[in-house]
Design a protein around this ligand. Sequence first.
Ligand code: PRX
Length: 649
Amino acid sequence: MSEKIHKVPDDFATLAHLRQADYQRLYQESIRDPNGFWARIGRRLDWIQPYTKIKDTSFDEHDFRIRWFYDGKLNVAANCLDRHLLKRGDKTAIIWEGDDPRLSEHISYRQLHERVCQCANALKSLGVGPGDRVTIYLPMIPEAAVAMLACARIGAVHSVVFGGFSADSLAGRIADCGSSVVITADEGLRGGRRIALKENVDEALKASGTQCVKHVLVTRRLGSNVSMQKGRDRWFEDLLQGQSKECPAAAMDAESPLFILYTSGSTGQPKGVLHTSGGYLVFVAMTHELVFDLREDDIFWCTADVGWVTGHSYVLYGPLANGATTVMFEGVPSYPDAGRFWQIVDKHAVTLFYTAPTAIRALMREGEEPVKQWSRRSLRLLGSVGEPINPEAWEWYHRVVGDGRCPVVDTWWQTETGGILISPLPGAIDQKPGSATLPFFGVQPAIVDNEGNMLDGVAEGNLVLIDSWPGQMRTVFGDHARFVETYFRTFPGKYFTGDGAKRDADGYYWITGRVDDVLNVAGHRLGTAEIESALVAHPKVAEAAVVGCPHDVKGQGIYVYVTLNLGETPSEELRTELRNRVRQEIGAIATPDFIQWAPSLPKTRSGKIMRRILRKIAANEHDQLGDISTLADPGVVDSLIRERLNGSD
Ligand code: PRX
C-alpha cells in the first residue's frame, strides 16, 4: 500500500458539488434512512408515475428480494433525451470520434432523439415489444447508442455483445436470452483493422439455439460487400428512413428489465446479468454527477466500449441522464500513434477523462513524449476503472497526464453493481494512489474472513456488501437460482463481490483483485472455466487448467497448463492451434499468453485441481507454494516447476 496522500486541491474543492463535511453527513444519512435519502435522489429523474415505495430488499436466501422505487413508472430513454430537449435541444449529446482521426461527428440531443425515435419505430415495425430481447453487436458508433436507447424507449431489453467476441460467443449469448432481432454493422474498424461483424453474425446464426432470431439489421459502417439473407437481413438505414421521428416513450415499471449484459463468473459459461430501469438510472446518474463532479459545460470521455458495463453506465446512460456531452471513441489508444488519447482530449476539449489502468500502463511504456505533445489544458479530472491500479501507474497518470493538477478517482465496481460503489468524491475525499478509498452513498462494504466473520478496523479478507443499493443487478437472466447461489450463498445474507480487499486505518479500501477463478485481463473479465472448456474441446487435450499470471501491461496474463492425451506429443504447431481455438471460441481477448505442457496437474486426493499452486508456479514464486502435503502426488509440482524454469513457452 502506498503511504502517499494526495489532498483534495483547494481550488477543486471550492467549486465541487460536495466537500468533506458533505460526504460524511450524506453518507450517514444514506445509511440511517435509505428510504428518505433515495426518495429525494430519485426525484432527479422524470417519473411518469411517481413512486411512493422506495426500498424493499433482503439478501436472506429465504426471503430474498431486491426492489427499488417499485411502484413508480418511467421511461429510461425519455429521461436520457426528451426531458433535455427544452433546455438542451441543441447541446451536443454525443461527440463521435472515428478510428480515423479525420472523422468525427457532433450529435445534438434533438438529433439523437429523432434517430432514437426512428429506430424505436423501426423495431416496432418488426414486432418488437416490451420485454423482447434485442442483441446489439456493433462497433463504437452512434448507432450503438441509438439502438440501445430505442430498445429502452419501447421497453425492449438490449443485450450488447462486445464486437471483439467471436461468432461462437455471440451465438451463446443470442441463444441464452432468445433475441428476436440482432443489430450489427457490415464491418467494424479498430486501429485500422477491419472486424467482420456481419460475417460473425451469419456464422453465429448457424449455431443451434439461435433460431429465435427473425431479423438482422445491418448498419453500413464501411460500405463493405456483405451477404444479405433475404427475408432476414435488412439495412438499418433503409429501415429507419421512412420512420416517423416521433415515438411515444413506453411507461415502464421501475423494476422492468432494461438490459442484459453477459459476464464471466468462476464457473460455467458467462451469465446474463440483468439490470432494471428505475434504480439503475437513478444510481448511474447520481454517481456520474458526483464522482466526476459534473458541470453543465463538461465534455466527458469514458474510453470504454459499450460492450462492457462501463460503456453502458458511463458512456451512455449516466451522462445522457445528466444531459451531459459524452465522447464515444471508435478506436484504440495506440492508433495512429501513442498520442491519440491526448490528441482527442485537445480536439474536443475534454474535461473529464475516464479510462482503465491497462491503457495507462501501456501508454506509460511509450514515455512522456506522446503525452507532452498535446496541451491537455482542458482536463480537470481523471478516472480509473476496471482493475487495481498500481501506485506507479496512478502517479504517472496524475503527474504526466494531469500535470499534477487533476484529482484522480479510482472507481471500484462491477457489471453486477451497475455503477460505481467505492471511489473518492473528488472535492471531498483525499486520494491515496492504489486505493479506491471510501464507499459511495448507500453502499455498505465490509470485509469478512473465509468463515464469514466480519472483520473490524484494519483488516484484509473478502469484500462483501451488506445491503442493497439501487443499481444492483436483479437476477441472472433465466436462472434466478444461479444468481442467489453465486452471490449470496458463500457468505449468507451478504453480497459477495468475488474480490479481496484491505481496509486501512483511515477506513480506506484497497481492492487486491479477484479471489475466485475469474481473470481480469487488460480490464476484461474472463472466466478460467470458459477458457478451459475451449481447450479441452480439442481432440488432443486431456485436461487444461487456466490461471492468471502477473503481466506488466495487462495486469493479468492468461497462463495455461495443458495435459495432452496419451500418445500425443507437444509441438509449436499444437500450441498455435490451441491459441487459435480459444480465439475462435471466445475472442482475441482470451488468447493465452503462455501455454505450458503439463504431464499431469496437481490435484487433491478428491481430484480437485490445486490452482493456488499453479498460480504460484506461473508467477515464478516457487518458494511460496505453501502446504502441498494434501496433494495426491506431490511429485507433480517439481516437474511443473522444472518445466517452468526451462522456459516451456
Ligand atoms: O476485480 C474487480 C475489478 O473488476 C471486476 C469487475 O469486472 P467487470 O464486471 O468487468 O467490471 C469492470 C468495470 C466496472 C471487479 O470485481 N475492478 C473493477 N474496478 C476496479 C477493480 N479492481 C480494483 N480497482 C478498481 N477500481
